[in-house]
Design a protein around this ligand. Structure first.
Ligand code: GLN
Length: 499
């Protein structure tokens, strides 16, 4: 086979079942691609090559022995480095604070990947503690966009999105608090899904903003994302917010996808000032494909959408300031050298361990929670959050899903927004509402700009309609086949050529 890594996860599984390839070869190809290209992309913070090879060989042996294998059997999987792993790899959250932290247990999703016989090949780069939209806030250096190495991959799960786009691994996990799966999926030309809050257990996900955080999959195709979601979805007694409700058959939903009779809501506010003209054109062209295939388009309005970014940055920073109080230099994480007393130990440990964006968030969050400002900011933001949810509930009484852009622009140059936090925060304008309202949303490729950069279509749905969202996403994927297009740097089978 020419290039094993051009296969999607679903195709890899079929090739393994037909004995056309082995897990050993797939994992070896994945590790070789990482070795040849990750010096330029920097998608990974740590890799496990020997252990991954051994696991792959063990799976091949079990397959030969005729054993029944799990749904991810022998597939290389990359996971974001804010998910706890106890197998020797650190869990750093791309922070100096946790640089040397080895988690004593596996996250629920990691247990599930292992139980499904997936092979974890490494842990991916992110904005420190998942706070950011470009992966530039990593304490260990940014990830580069495989479509153009001078550009950001989006964030905060930029490493996972870039790893899938560069065919280093067919599947990856990320976390999404305000868009961190969908934004990098859009900018890297892959599919990324944020599930309904509670669909996937957060046990072992390092907390950023607990009422918004959710773990979700990346893949090159909708079917691959469905495969991964099936594995990680479900109730877990160790996350009291996970929901005990059976997961539907996502792959079957994708196979039977049809636009006939689908009612698609187009929020007027999603196509207003600030949206790049080329992104708007590609998103509108995608929506026209649905209409042609039998969908009914309905214009809807989300009157409180204008407050979504502000509301998100109050709720998220408030929860962040509370969650990150645990890094005190006492329990675990970085501790300063030779402090003179306890207070200095805590303050210096935090000053040295956290990067500038994390500090900014802790300060903002502490401010909005402080007495005298609590009612004016935090409490008010919670009320506006309800209004935003109300807008979406009203929309879903009328339509099956909402469509619009995932990101207001395609990928931007590294460094372009790092000096202007507000400009960076505005890249989340279309994604934060889903987290505030706890609803699922997917980003699926819908074409390329004239400069050859991918653009994502965002599809949002009511709670627990991931099956319908994936089915809807499959329609534009089938029409456009964008997943077959390769980043220029892959030309020459791994020899790096910049686009
Ligand atoms: N970009 C948003 C932020 O910086 C969302 C991050 C995320 O989803 N983890 O908070």
């Amino acid at each position: 086979m020419a290039d094993l890594l051009e296969l999607t996860a679903t195709e890899m599984t079929a090739a393994l079942e037909r004995r056309e390839t082995t897990s050993r070869d797939l994992v070896a190809a994945s590790l070789a691609r990482m070795a040849s290209l990750d010096g330029q992309v920097h998608a990974f913070l740590s890799t496990r090559s020997e252990a991954a090879r051994k696991e792959a060989e063990a799976i091949d042996r079990r397959r030969l022995a005729g054993e029944k294998l799990g749904p991810l059997a022998g597939l290389p999987v990359a996971i974001k480095d804010n998910l706890c792993t106890s197998d020797g790899l650190p869990t750093t959250c791309a922070s100096r604070m946790l640089e040397k932290f080895h988690a004593p247990y596996d996250a629920n999703v990691v247990e599930k990947i292992r139980a499904a016989d997936g092979v974890i090949v490494g842990k991916t780069n992110l904005d420190e503690f998942a706070m950011g939209s470009s992966t530039e806030n990593s304490a260990f250096g940014p990830t580069h966009n495989p479509w153009n190495l001078d550009l950001v991959p989006g964030g905060s799960s930029g490493g996972s999105a870039a790893a899938v786009a560069a065919r280093m691994a067919p599947l990856a996990l990320g976390s999404d608090t305000g868009g961190s799966i969908r934004l990098p999926a859009s900018l890297c030309g892959v599919v990324g899904l944020k599930p309904t809050y509670g669909r996937v257990s957060r046990y072992g996900l390092v907390a950023f903003a607990s009422s918004l955080d959710q773990i979700g999959p990346f893949g090159r195709t909708v079917a691959d994302v469905a495969l991964m979601l099936q594995v990680i979805a479900g109730w877990d007694g160790r996350d009291s917010t996970s929901v005990n409700r059976p997961a539907p058959d996502y792959a079957a939903a994708v196979r039977s996808a049809s636009a006939q009779g689908l009612r698609i809501g187009l929020p007027r506010e999603f196509f207003a000032a600030g949206l790049d003209a080329e992104v708007e054109r590609l998103v509108r062209e995608a929506i026209a494909v649905y209409e042609k295939a039998g969908a009914k388009l309905v214009e809807v309005s989300l009157p409180h959408f204008a407050y979504a970014v502000e509301t998100y940055y109050i709720v998220a920073t408030a929860e962040c300031s509370s969650n990150l109080a645990r890094y005190d230099g006492v329990h675990y994480g970085h501790r300063t050298a030779e402090p003179s007393d306890l207070i200095e130990m805590m303050s210096r440990s935090r000053a040295e361990g956290f990067g500038p964006e994390v500090k900014r968030r802790i300060m903002l969050g502490t401010y909005v929670l402080s007495s005298g400002y609590y009612d004016a900011y935090y409490l008010k933001a919670l009320k506006v959050r309800q209004l935003i949810k109300g807008d979406l509930d009203r929309a879903f009484a009328q339509v099956d899903c909402l469509m619009g852009p995932t990101s207001p622009t395609a990928a931007w140059p590294l460094g372009a927004k790092t000096a202007d936090p507000l400009a960076m925060y505005l890249s989340d304008i279309y994604t934060v509402s889903a987290n505030l309202a706890t609803i699922p949303a997917v980003s699926v490729p819908c074409g390329f700009t004239a400069a050859g950069l991918p653009v994502g279509l965002q599809i949002m749905g009511d709670v627990f309609t991931e099956d319908r969202l994936l089915a809807a996403a499959a329609i534009i994927e089938r029409e456009r086949q964008d997943w077959q297009r390769r980043p220029g740097m892959l030309a020459g089978d791994g020899k790096a050529v910049q686009t």
